[in-house]
Every structure is written in structure tokens, then in C-alpha cells.
Design a protein around this ligand. Structure first.
Ligand SMILES: [Zn+2]
Length: 328
């Protein structure tokens, strides 16, 4: 059981590490969660700003319709959700925090991930009536969404105590990848493929969900592995583990992938129905394009830079140990 005093003591201890000191968990995650910090540092480099006022009501009213403004302005709205808990702490520090409280989440990590991916994925504007241009636009949009989801999923493995876990969950979407079974598979796979390739595999699994590809054929798996891992041969038993791991990324609500994506296309001036647009060999297109292979690699580089993930066989646990050594 987590008490309000547990949270607010952790909040207080780490508030000097962030300017967003009234965002629950921001300081704690910045100082303790590798992925959270990486994304914050990379987003600062490209001029991302945060605001507790500008556009906040627009964003809270409908975050999905705010997406285009987000990309344009690079301002991420946030709520100061530590304030009510601070008052609760002063009045009754021993009260437990329960799910029922419905504390509003911040999505700073997810939105920042979109923004750091944007310069890599952004396409020159083209004719919105050109089917091929629209497909490429859709692919870039869904890779961005899959990247933001993969960042949130992998980041959860870098929080390693109940307070950090709680703070992480109040700053991230939940994709149904929180189970021990998922964690065990991820550790096995990162021991085989390495953490960077595992990250790419998670990203591409989410992408398959967006494209309504419910199961992987041998050929699909080869394409994904080529994108993740080049031409290195993967043993049959490891391929089986990957096939077990893949469907975990299909637990997101169905409405999101259809309704929200369709709205975004319309608001971007494109008229073609999503159900027609997604009918193409997207994995083949990625695998056969040197540009796309490079883009997927650049996205992984943002999250897990190769100079730090030098050993290709690092699991998240190993990585944390290696990383803490580099920090002295
Ligand atoms: Zn998103």
C-alpha cells in the first residue's frame, strides 16, 4: 500500500531536479529513470517547452485533436497534479493512495516522444490526393505513434521500486505490457537480440497492431527481424519466443487505431478511407527502403544510444548496472 506521505516525500526530495516541480513524479523519474531522462534531454535539444496554462484546456478537452498543434508549437501542456496531494499530505499523511482517487495523468513522456521523433519522420508536404504520398504520411504517423508507445513500455522496465512504478504509471499510458509474463519474455529477448533490437521489435509490433496485422507469418517475422537486427540468424527457439511476445502489443483499445487515426488524416487534409490506405505491404516497404531502415535505427538511437548500449546482449537490468557505472 502506498501512502500519500510516501509519494510526497519522494516528490519533495527530487523537486530540485525539474522545473515542473508540481508534476507528480517528474523530478523522481528524471533523476531515476533512464528512458524518462533520455527523452527529456533529447526534447530540450529540439526546443520542446512545457506549459501549465497555454492550450491546457484545449489539450485536456481532447488531447487527440490537439496533436497537430502539439507538433507545430512544440509546447506540451501539463497539469499540476501534485498540488491536491500536497494538501492531502498536510491534512492526513497516512492516508493510502487508491486508484479510486482518479488523479489526472500527465502525458509528457508520450508527447515528448512524438516530438523527438518528428524531425526524423517528418515528410515534405505532397499532394493530399496522391495515394502513395498519403500512404507514406500514414506510415510515418503510425511509426510515430508506435515509437511513443514503445518508449512508454520500455521505460517501465527502468523503474525499479513501488514508488517509482507508481510515479511512472501516473505519467504513462498502460498498454497491458505490465505483467510478469511480459517482463520475463522481454528479458529473454533482450538477452538474445540486445536491448536496441528488442526496442525496435516492440515498436514494430505496435505498428502491426495499427495496421491490423494480428499474427505474424514466417515471412513477416523475417522482415521485422531484418529491420531490427540486419541479416543475423535467429535460432528457431528464439523465433518462437518472439511470436509469443508479439501479441502482447495488441491489447490497446480498438477505437484508437481506427477513429483517432482517421480524424488525424482528415484534419491533415487527406480524404482517403483508412481501411483502404492500410491495405499494403507496409513491412515489405520498410524492409526494402534504406531510408526507412535508417529512420527506425535513428529512433532507437534516441532512446538507447549505441555508445552507451555497447554490448548488444544487454538486458534492461544489465543496462542499468552498466549505466550506473558510467555515472560513477
Ligand atoms: Zn500518441
Amino acid at each position: 500500500m502506498i501512502l500519500v506521505s510516501d509519494l510526497m516525500i519522494a516528490q519533495e526530495k527530487t523537486r530540485s531536479t525539474t522545473r515542473l516541480s508540481w508534476v507528480l513524479g517528474d523530478g523522481l523519474l528524471y533523476s531515476s529513470n533512464w528512458i524518462y531522462r533520455r527523452i527529456r534531454i533529447e526534447s530540450s535539444k529540439i526546443g520542446v517547452r512545457f506549459s501549465g496554462r497555454t492550450d491546457l484546456f484545449d489539450y485536456l478537452s481532447c488531447p487527440h485533436l490537439y496533436f497537430r498543434t502539439l507538433l507545430l508549437k512544440k509546447v506540451i501542456p501539463y497539469v499540476e497534479n501534485a498540488r491536491p496531494l500536497q494538501r492531502m499530505y498536510q491534512q492526513a499523511p497516512q492516508l493510502p493512495i487508491q486508484r479510486l482517487l482518479q488523479i489526472r495523468k500527465n502525458k509528457i513522456l508520450h508527447e515528448s516522444a512524438h516530438l523527438v521523433a518528428h524531425p526524423i519522420l517528418h515528410l515534405p508536404s505532397g499532394d493530399p490526393a496522391d495515394f502513395e504520398h498519403v500512404r507514406e504520411f500514414l506510415l510515418a504517423t503510425l511509426v510515430s505513434e508506435s515509437f511513443a508507445s514503445a518508449v512508454e513500455v520500455i521505460g517501465a522496465f527502468f523503474s525499479n521500486d513501488p514508488i517509482q512504478d507508481w510515479m511512472y504509471r501516473i505519467n504513462a499510458n498502460e498498454f497491458g505490457c505490465e505483467s510478469n509474463e511480459y517482463r520475463a519474455l522481454l528479458i529473454k529477448i533482450s538477452g538474445t537480440l540486445g536491448l536496441r533490437s528488442t526496442f525496435k521489435f516492440i515498436l514494430l509490433s505496435f505498428l502491426c497492431w495499427h495496421f491490423h496485422l494480428p499474427a505474424l507469418s514466417d515471412e513477416d517475422l523475417d522482415r521485422i527481424l531484418h529491420l531490427c537486427h540486419g541479416d543475423q540468424v535467429i535460432a528457431d527457439q528464439d523465433r518462437k519466443i518472439l511470436l509469443q511476445f508479439f501479441p502482447f502489443h495488441f491489447r490497446v483499445g480498438d477505437r484508437f487505431r481506427t477513429v483517432v487515426t482517421e480524424y488525424y488524416l482528415r484534419l491533415s487534409g487527406m480524404q482517403q478511407p483508412l481501411k483502404d490506405l492500410i491495405q499494403f505491404d507496409f513491412l515489405g516497404r520498410l524492409r526494402d527502403s534504406a531510408t526507412w531502415i535508417q529512420k527506425v535505427d535513428q529512433l532507437a538511437e534516441i532512446v538507447l544510444p549505441s555508445n552507451l548500449v555497447a554490448d548488444n546482449k544487454l538486458s534492461p537490468g544489465d543496462f542499468l548496472i552498466a549505466y550506473s557505472k558510467t555515472q560513477g
